[in-house]
Design a protein. Structure first.
Length: 334
């Protein structure tokens, strides 16, 4: 009887502690929420301060808070006299991703300060509203190359096909900065329109590495089978595109890439070996099983890991990174 009473008391104590812990946790969460609300209210109020330094600090705080209740005050801050307040307001609106900010951000594309225009472009790319497409296409013709790059990236994020032809024009301009053309290629990859395939294939032969790298990656994103032969050719004959061609071939998933990817498993470039293994795992062709096993003894951890994952994907078995077990299993399958 005494034992039962002691157990009951112990249970009561434990339940009481749990209840108290729950109450304390809930109280802490409520306090934290109240504190955050106070910070938001304080930052909103500070956006109206006479001191431009305080207004800039308030806008900087709101970038990290990402509270929808701050959208209207931040829209107002886009018209602040200080450019530092305006560009931080644009940045904060991009982080919140509220469509109420789209038209004001489009207006900010005409701001006198380059940094404000660029942050507005970035924000529009994050909000991803199609109302911004035409203004962003116009920004591709801005004299400032960095602004053009921001516009290309934003258009890729929005993914509207109206941007395809203007982006192809940027891609084809031989005298534009390589980083801008690379960004145009990447944007075309994100949009995924087949009209971009031929220009991107042609770009694989460009003599500037960054530009053709963007093209190789974009072709993988689009997944058009017309790109298979050109990417195989790049994998075989262009060391600068080895890993990107291998990766994109896996994304497309065409069985014509299996033998070239198997050959790439012996590359002296570990990045090529890694992506060749990964791509073979995506294609799941049994021809790759035996050639993948030696990579389980590769010097690089990531190559061994990719080989093990590829083998598991192809066979449905899972012997991890143990080549002996894989060889035994393969012998038993014969």
């Amino acid at each position: 009887m005494k034992h039962a009473i002691m157990v009951a008391r112990l249970v009561a104590v434990i339940l009481g502690c749990l209840l108290l812990f729950g109450c304390l946790t809930q109280t802490k969460e409520v306090n934290e929420q109240q504190e955050e609300e106070k910070n938001v209210e304080k930052a909103i109020s500070s956006l109206k301060d006479k001191d431009p330094g305080i207004r800039m600090k308030a806008a900087r705080v709101l970038v990290s808070i990402k509270d929808p209740s701050t959208v209207e005050p931040l829209i107002t801050a886009l018209r602040d006299k200080e450019s530092g307040v305006r560009w931080r307001a644009a940045e904060a609106l991009g982080e919140i991703e509220d469509k109420r900010a789209v038209e004001p951000l489009i207006t900010a594309l005409n701001d006198d300060e380059t940094v404000v225009r660029q942050r507005a472009i970035e924000a529009l790319g994050k909000v991803k509203d199609t109302r911004a497409v035409e203004p962003l296409i116009a920004a591709l013709k801005n004299p400032d190359l960095d602004t053009q790059q921001y516009a290309a990236e934003a258009l890729g994020n929005i993914g509207d096909r109206r941007a395809v032809v203007p982006l192809i024009k940027v891609l084809k301009q031989p005298f534009l900065a390589p980083y801008l053309r690379k960004t145009a290629a990447e944007a075309l990859g994100k949009i995924g329109d087949p009209r971009a395939v031929r220009p991107l294939i042609k770009t694989l032969k460009n003599n500037i590495w960054t530009v053709k790298l963007g093209a190789a990656v974009a072709l993988g994103e689009i997944k058009d089978r017309r790109a298979v032969k050109p990417l195989i050719n790049a994998l075989k004959h262009d060391p600068s595109l080895g890993w990107s061609a291998a990766k994109s071939l896996g994304m497309i998933g065409d069985p014509r890439a299996v033998e070239p990817l198997i050959a790439a498993l012996k590359s002296t470039d570990s990045d090529v070996r890694q992506y060749a293994a990964s791509s073979l795992g995506k294609i799941k062709d049994p021809r790759a099983t035996k050639p993948l096993i030696p990579l389980l003894e590769d010097k690089r951890d990531v190559v061994r890991q990719m080989a093990a994952e590829a083998l598991a994907n192809i066979t449905g078995e899972n012997f991890g990174e143990e080549p002996a077990k894989w060889r035994t299993w393969l012998e038993q399958k014969k």
